[in-house]
Ligand binder design. Structure first.
Ligand SMILES: Nc1ncnc2c1ncn2[C@@H]1O[C@H](COP(=O)(O)OP(=O)(O)OP(=O)(O)O)[C@@H](O)[C@H]1O
Ligand SMILES: [Mg+2]
Length: 277
């Protein structure tokens, strides 16, 4: 976990205001406001189809909203020249929900592809960087030469993360990074994200269904309900009266996850959640 408090890091690196997103007659977001602070891990939750992936895609400029403003690292994402967009893209790493690695390329080639697209550097240097990223995400050296199909689900997620980290981003966007993993692999992935966040000083925007992840590694949680977000620390959201949030965080799974979070924080000597178990 980071050593700075939220207040000390009171510097929005992402600022979303009055966001309205529509697909045909369907309104997904309706006047959504959100700040993501530099250096925090923000967990984004909400029901299936509530618009979490669309929010992530809108923030990185892939989906165009009907109204509102989106600023990332001081850039107006909705109105910027292509050259500026390319610079911004280098500063943001993304792990999409489907993890999509190129299936015909090895893990190393997948990482090198991201480097080649954005930087002009000799092949040897790209290979060295790919090897470094593979080590960084805890994959064995020989994973470099494997195709995605030759890896386990957990290893594939790590490989996709290595690719997202190829350009040393400041912000890491993760969409359901632990979905489909068994609980032990999911815990391992959480620990990896937490370690990377601590050692690289990353800001992490993470869409997740995993309550253990929320209570263990997230500084704040944004819950997408009624087309807007309710944002707060886990403690604050445990007191939120919205029925979906209550049912989600304080249902049996939520209570079990709070206990996991308590134990982990206690082991790490961090403040305990004071939520109602
Ligand atoms: N390109 C698109 N065209 C039309 N509708 C879309 C498009 N992308 C998303 N939607 C719709 O927007 C809504 C929100 O989708 P989104 O993928 O953001 O949900 P989500 O919260 O990420 O759900 P899940 O937890 O299942 O991943 C859904 O109803 C989806 O069908
Ligand atoms: Mg989604």
């Amino acid at each position: 976990m980071p050593t700075l408090s939220i207040a000390e890091r009171n510097d929005p690196i992402i600022r979303v205001r009055g966001l309205v997103t529509r697909f045909g007659s369907q309104t997904i977001h309706d006047g959504l406001d959100l700040d993501v602070m530099r250096g925090e891990v923000l967990g984004v939750v909400g029901g299936s189809g509530s618009g979490k992936t669309v929010l992530l895609r809108t923030i990185i400029g892939l989906d165009k909203p009907a109204a509102g403003s989106v600023e990332v690292l001081g850039h107006d994402v909705l109105d910027m020249p292509d050259t500026e967009r390319q610079v911004l893209e280098k500063r943001c790493g993304v792990l999409f929900q489907d993890g999509a690695l190129f299936s015909s390329m090895t893990v190393a080639e997948n990482i090198e592809f991201a480097l080649r697209e954005n930087l002009d550097m000799p092949q040897e240097l790209m290979e060295a960087i790919a090897a470094l990223k593979i080590g960084l995400v805890g994959l064995p050296e020989d994973a470099a030469e494997k195709l995605p199909a030759q890896l386990s689900g957990g290893m594939r997620k790590r490989a996709a993360l290595a690719r997202a980290l190829a350009l040393d981003p400041e912000i890491l966007f993760l969409d359901e990074p632990t979905s489909g993993l068994d609980p032990i692999a999911a815990d391992g992935f959480d620990t990896l994200i937490e370690d990377l966040h601590g050692s690289l000083g990353l800001t992490v925007f993470m869409v997740t269904h995993d309550l253990d992840t929320l209570f263990t590694i997230c500084d704040r949680i944004a819950v997408l309900v009624d087309k807007i977000v309710h944002v707060g620390t886990p403690e604050q959201l445990l007191r939120d009266a919205h029925p979906w949030i209550r049912a989600y965080l304080r249902g049996p799974r939520g209570r079990a996850a709070q206990e996991v979070g308590r134990q982990q924080r206690s082991l790490l000597g961090q403040p305990l959640l004071d939520g109602a178990l």
